[in-house]
Design a protein around this ligand. Structure first.
Ligand code: TNX
Length: 570
């Protein structure tokens, strides 16, 4: 029955394209043949086996563990033994697939043999190879791109037969997302057992285009290795944007050679810390992080927070950036906001901003630069703020990028281009005039309601770390919401996606970060990726329970899944 359903699904999808005059590609043939073989063959062949997988020492895993929840996952009763994988085949027409195949081989290293080959071949040969049976003890994995796949470039289908496992992506990014689902099917440590996957089909694509996570490295610094570790967490749950909050009152974390004091002086502080040694990234390290994210199909959005949140910059260059040339109090180890602003009458602030933007833009592969643009002090006049933001937006465009900023203030600026993207943190439904202004002007909005997406909020009143200015954010609370129902007047067409934010005031170490991220990062991945009508808290919670063992095996510190903080937790 299920296989029949798959076939109908796939057939209907491609039949529709056929009507538009497109001929089904060979990839479609593969899908149909797969579906047919599942329909006709699998149940029978299972019965023909004289030994059960258990008798053969094979542990067959099912499809129940995937987070975020896929669109469709249907499994059958036969199975694909991973240790029998002889080769990973990739099409020569997609150059990044070779790298992806190596990544897959590495990720599967606990369940496949080191001798697995990666073979690059033409599409035609790939079709022949994947359809010609290997000997019965050998299997193959095929990675393919089908730009016509329903659901867009990040969509993927995984089709698993007895000796053939195919991951078909809408683009290379889609193949990569599919690999994350495959990885989640496989338990991390399997002692003395071979692992097999049920035959079947997984079909998946994201709800939102922008699925982001913001890391505040200004209030608390993270090493390059720690940042990469966090990017790996994002990749696992199909996030595709890493918003890198590089500057704030407490620290300037990126070296700009033409303004050396920004890091000589401005990086030497953090929340609760009078000194912070080497707490910045060189431009090369920045580029290394951009590339690391790119390899995981995650776009990095750097944030240079202006015109507020700039104490570290002011302390570094008081004459150029500050109005009266006085030195602001420094180091700044407190956590108050609205305590600093660039001096609008000092025109050097524009040279400063442009030099910084130019260095960062050159090394940023994504389209966007975030400028924060919120929480300026009370003494800042609206017109000064608005003039500055318009100029900032022009400077960013001049360097080939597009501005992103928090809507609450940015939406009050008249004359912004519709390309500018707004990010909203508001917690109330009846609010947000400035957000609605931006949306009306054609801007896309990223939803980051603080009470749902801020991962620095305490889980509950007894939780050992976190703020609670926007309430407590339990795991269930972070899961149970619909981005399209958050703000009256903001509709689906205005919303580009969802972003989680790990602000750093109370986060002092990677262990703290893990505790705040896990498992709310997973809740929010599902909010951003999975269809609203298909996901439920109880379903998610069941899948989450299966992840606990994995967190432990990985040495990840996580919040207990019980609703209350446990004694001594952390
Ligand atoms: C709000 S909402 C902030 C940050 C703080 C955070 C703490 C917004 C754009 N800014 O400056 O770090 O709350 O939760």
């Amino acid at each position: 029955m299920s296989a029949y359903f798959i076939m109908v699904e796939l057939l209907s999808q491609y039949y529709y394209k056929g009507e538009k005059g497109m001929r089904p590609s060979y990839k479609i043939c593969i899908l149909l043949i797969s579906s047919l073989s599942i329909l006709l063959g699998c149940n029978k062949s299972t019965k023909l086996l004289d030994k059960t997988p258990e008798m053969l020492g094979i542990s067959v895993v099912d499809y129940d563990n995937i987070i975020p929840l896929p669109v469709l996952a249907i499994q059958d009763t036969n199975y694909f033994v991973l240790a029998n994988t002889k080769q990973i085949l990739v099409s020569a027409s997609e150059p990044k697939l070779v790298k992806i195949a190596s990544y897959l081989k590495k990720e599967l290293s606990s369940v496949v043999k080191p001798s697995v080959l990666i073979n690059v071949m033409s599409e035609k040969k790939l079709l022949d190879a994947s359809l010609s049976p290997l000997n019965s003890a050998q299997s193959q994995i095929v990675l393919l791109v089908d730009s016509e796949l329903a659901g867009g470039s990040e969509a993927y289908n995984i089709v698993i037969e007895k000796q053939l496992l195919r991951i078909i992506g809408g683009s290379e990014a889609g193949v990569f997302r599919g690999i994350q689902s495959l990885k989640q099917l496989i338990p991390l440590m399997i002692k003395g057992k071979q692992v097999a996957l049920n035959t079947g089909v997984i079909k998946d694509y994201p709800r939102f285009e922008h699925r982001g996570f913001m890391l505040d490295v200004a209030r608390h610094f993270y090493t390059v290795a720690e940042v990469k570790q966090i990017i790996d967490y994002l990749a696992e749950y199909k996030y595709n944007v890493f918003h890198f909050h590089l500057t704030d009152d407490q620290g300037w974390r990126i070296n700009i050679p033409s303004w050396p004091k920004l890091t000589e002086v401005g990086s030497n502080s953090a929340v609760g810390k009078e000194t912070c040694k080497n707490c910045f990234y060189s431009l090369d390290e920045y580029q290394e992080i951009v590339q690391y994210a790119d390899e995981r199909f995650i776009t990095l959005i750097p944030e240079l927070d202006v015109p507020g949140h700039v104490k570290a910059a002011l302390a570094s260059y008081p004459e150029e950036l500050y109005c009266d040339g006085d030195k602001p109090d420094w180091p700044y180890t407190g956590i108050k906001v609205r305590v600093s602003s660039l001096c609008f009458s000092n025109l050097k602030i524009y040279d400063f901003f442009e030099d910084v933007v130019s260095e960062v833009a050159k090394r940023t592969t994504g389209q966007y630069i975030h400028v924060g643009g919120d929480e300026t002090p009370k003494w800042v006049k609206h017109q000064d703020y608005a003039d500055f933001m318009l100029k900032a937006s022009n400077i960013i465009s001049k360097h080939g990028k597009t501005m992103v900023g928090w809507t609450n203030d940015l939406g009050s600026v008249k004359g912004l281009s519709a390309d500018v993207v707004g990010q909203d943190w508001s917690t109330k439904k009846h609010c947000c005039e400035n957000t609605l202004n931006m949306a009306e002007n054609g801007s896309k909005i990223i939803m980051s309601p603080a009470n749902k997406t801020y991962l620095d909020l305490k889980y509950d009143k007894d939780a050992p770390i976190g703020l609670h200015w926007a309430g407590y954010n339990s795991i269930e609370n972070s899961y149970n919401w619909d981005p399209e129902l958050m703000i009256d007047g903001l509709t689906a067409k205005n919303i580009i996606g969802v972003e989680a934010a790990l602000w750093g005031e109370t986060i002092k170490s990677m262990a703290d970060a893990q505790y705040m991220i896990f498992p709310r990062l997973l809740s929010l991945s599902e909010v951003a990726w999975s269809a609203q009508e298909k996901r439920t808290w109880s379903g998610f919670n069941n899948r989450l329970k299966n992840k606990v063992k994995y967190f432990e095996q990985q040495g990840i510190i996580y919040r207990s899944l019980s609703s209350k903080t446990l004694k001594g937790e952390k």
